[in-house]
Design a protein around this ligand. Structure first.
Ligand SMILES: Nc1ncnc2c1ncn2[C@@H]1O[C@H](COP(=O)(O)OP(=O)(O)OP(=O)(O)O)[C@@H](O)[C@H]1O
Ligand SMILES: [Mg+2]
Length: 299
């Protein structure tokens, strides 16, 4: 049996290679370099279960960091979301700015409300609102020439926390601060039943629908992955497998994995084994997508 070191069918798991999303990621990163307040800096990613929303947010986190942004890595929309965003920005900011001798410049010394680096004084920490803290972090990082990027996963647009975040974002934009936001959710997350502020914001934001991956990219990835793992498969069979994924990233991971573990020592697969691999992948896919959809119903 061949050990599968490439395919990782599991929700939220970073794939070894991100298939078919290069242009989207490049476009979003380019958007971060537009002027503060531009539409390109508020991005909503919509996609069905398993379409790769979570892993895309993590990819954006890495790429934005490399582009100099201080990043709050994907935070799931939930009750303690706002505090966690502050903590993540502080942690990442410390990392990004550690060689900048934060405390030494005159401007920094006088920065109100901060004790050291991006840590707040005790008074601020204990008595101020999320909005106050976030705005202060944004002012501070803008001063230091860095942007802030906030990433939200499993967007529940009708949540109170999202409303507060959106209001804070709009105020920061009004002040010309260097901030950006990307949120991911199921297509139904943006619906007409939302309260005005959030709805207006979401409507104005730049929306991207995460559709299926281009089959050419899927096939090229399978060809390389199978070659790297030593799986011997005809072009016809590989194309059959690519088509079978229908461009679903999660199904792609399942199909790849089930095929690899069925190959014999010399990397060969019989027709019957390929069929079994595809059938099992399909079953697992339906089972998992259905389970996660039910989970979201119960929330
Ligand atoms: N572009 C991609 N290339 C290769 N694999 C991918 C890609 N996007 C996602 N995957 C894989 O697909 C699976 C599902 O991805 P992910 O968890 O990001 O989906 P999701 O849209 O967040 O799903 P959910 O709505 O359930 O949260 C994971 O195994 C992940 O590694
Ligand atoms: Mg997800």
């Amino acid at each position: 049996m061949i050990r599968d070191t490439i395919f990782s069918p599991s929700f939220g798991n970073r794939p070894t290679y991100l298939v078919g999303r290069e242009k989207l990621v490049d476009d979003i990163i380019a958007g971060l370099h537009t002027a503060p307040g531009s539409r390109e800096r508020a991005v909503i990613l919509l996609g069905q279960r398993g379409m790769g929303k979570t892993v895309l947010l993590w990819e954006l986190a890495d790429r934005a960091r490399a582009a100099g942004f201080i990043v709050a890595t994907p935070t799931v929309a939930s009750a303690d979301m706002l505090e966690r965003i502050i903590e993540k920005l502080q942690d990442d900011g410390e990392r990004a700015l550690k060689d900048k001798q934060l405390k030494l410049s005159g401007a920094s010394l006088g920065a109100l409300g901060f004790s050291a680096g991006l840590q707040f004084t005790r008074e601020v920490q204990e008595s101020k609102s999320f909005q106050y803290k976030l705005t202060h972090l944004a002012r501070r990082s803008t001063e230091l020439g860095r942007g802030l990027l906030i990433l939200i996963d499993e967007l529940q647009a009708n949540s109170e926390e999202i409303r507060q975040l959106v209001v804070a974002y709009q105020e920061m934009v009004g002040e010309g601060l260097n901030v950006a936001m990307a949120m991911a959710g199921l297509p139904g997350a943006v619906s007409a039943t939302l309260n005005d502020k959030v709805l207006t914001f979401l409507n104005r934001a730049k929306k991207s629908d995460l559709g299926p991956l281009p089959l050419g990219d899927v096939d090229a990835f399978l060809a390389r992955a199978f070659a790297d793992l030593g799986v011997e498969i005809s072009e016809d069979d590989r194309i059959r497998a690519s088509r079978f994924t229908a461009g679903s990233p999660y199904l792609l991971q399942l199909v790849g994995h089930h095929m690899v573990i069925r190959a014999n020592e010399t990397g060969e697969l019989t027709d019957a084994e390929i069929t079994t691999a595809l059938t099992l992948a399909q079953e697992e896919f339906e089972n998992d997508i259905c389970k996660t959809s039910l989970r979201s119903f119960r929330n």
